[in-house]
Design a protein. Structure first.
Length: 400
């Protein structure tokens, strides 16, 4: 496939990291515009994993690693959730010896291997001039690396946590917030029926946007976020007060998966690390629930308050995208094509202060995007803090 004659050239697109609603609309946005501008589009399967696994032989069946995209294909999938190109957390610059593809084992046998030379050769084999990775800061950090190696990259931000630096909005965030609000309100009926605390664990490894914004919207009384280590006694006392002031005798707290007790650390469901060094989070909601049940009599005249404990997990990332996660990905895809048509590379498409724009791709690795606690979080009341919404972006908390 290295000798490809098309009107303008060939573009590759891939999705990496966790799935979110809005990925398929983004693929559709890129593909339709690209085809109509005279490009061919290659869909790389399983994120950077597909780029590593390609065997550069015209006779080899590489259908598990890439596919040619058409308008009919992306129109059919573009209204659905997830990613039909599949995903992985592969990091080609850091591939362990056991994870090196079989056909590369003789050349790469160190404990940790940089397969970037193979990725670049594979892109050349496919006749690709530009690659468009859609992902969070992990997936896009490798896009930065590839850009620094001289390949043309245009990045599109996605993550339920909304924590990619340089942009106010990442694909998937709106649907996550929408589902969190809907499911929290639905669970209120059980909490009220049994007069309990309702503890709901939501996404958010380092950034607490997915807990803070639904709480701001009225989904919960309190929230605990990764940016501030909370005191369990303070949380319990606040929830008891909320419980007593509610005629139905229940109160609600949203818990970011990366939240931490004062003096404690993050809670992991297991110790295995992915290619980017992250352990799988999960369990802080369970620990908070146990502690609340145990110490609630201290603040409730000696009477225990029971707990309903629910981890939303994949329920907020499965299914179809909401309106915003159908519109923004389409716009991001077209922004990416505008940059390619202008001969520009090394950029991240963004949405800042209500306007579509782009930033240098290296913004992805320049800082950690987290909640500004002083500006948005009341550490005594464990809930959102704000003075005015004037001139704020749609989702209140900006990328800075």
């Amino acid at each position: 496939m290295s000798n490809v004659n098309t009107k303008k050239g060939r573009i590759a697109i891939l999705t990496g990291g966790g799935d979110v609603p809005g990925l398929n609309p983004a693929i559709r946005g890129v593909t339709i515009r690209a085809i109509r501008e005279g490009y061919e589009v290659v869909g790389i399967k399983r994120g950077w994993g597909g780029m590593v696994d390609i065997i550069r032989d015209e006779k080899h069946d590489n259908s598990a690693n890439y596919t040619m995209l058409t308008e009919n294909l992306v129109n059919k999938t573009g209204r659905t959730g997830g990613t039909f190109l599949h995903s992985s957390r592969t990091r080609p610059s850091h591939v362990s010896k056991s994870a090196v593809p079989e056909h590369l084992k003789s050349a790469y046998n160190a404990d940790m291997n940089d397969l970037t030379p193979e990725v670049i050769k594979n892109l050349e084999f496919l006749g690709v001039e530009y690659i468009i990775p859609i992902g969070g800061d992990d997936t896009l950090s490798y896009g930065v690396h590839l850009h620094n190696q001289g390949f043309k990259v245009i990045a599109i931000p996605k993550t339920m946590d909304n924590d990619v630096p340089g942009t106010d909005y990442c694909i998937g965030f709106s649907t996550c917030v929408t589902r969190t609000i809907e499911m929290t309100h639905a669970l209120r009926t059980s909490a009220g029926s049994h007069e309990r605390f309702l503890v709901i664990e939501v996404f958010g490894r380092y950034a607490g946007y997915t807990a803070l914004l639904p709480t701001m919207a009225g989904a919960a009384n309190r929230c605990v976020i990764p940016e501030y280590k909370f005191k369990i006694d303070n949380l319990c006392e606040l929830l008891v007060n909320d419980w007593n002031s509610n005629p139905s005798h229940y109160s609600v707290v949203l818990v970011s998966e990366g939240a931490m007790f004062e003096g404690g650390e993050m809670v992991f469901s297991n110790q295995e690390k992915d290619a980017y060094g992250h352990k799988k989070l999960g369990g802080i909601g369970d620990l908070i629930s146990e502690q609340l049940k145990k110490i609630s009599p201290k603040f409730n005249n000696g009477k225990k308050i029971d707990v309903i404990n629910q981890r939303l997990g994949y329920l907020v990332r499965c299914g179809n995208p909401d309106a915003i996660d159908s519109i923004v990905p389409m716009a991001f895809g077209n922004l990416a094509l505008n940059l390619i048509l202008d001969g520009v590379s090394g950029r991240l498409v963004t949405l800042k202060n209500g306007r579509y724009d782009n930033e240098h791709i290296e913004v992805v690795t320049s800082f950690k995007k987290v909640v500004d606690v002083e500006k948005y979080y009341n550490i005594e009341r464990l809930r959102p803090h704000y003075k005015s919404f004037e001139s704020r972006p749609l989702f209140i908390m900006a990328s800075d």
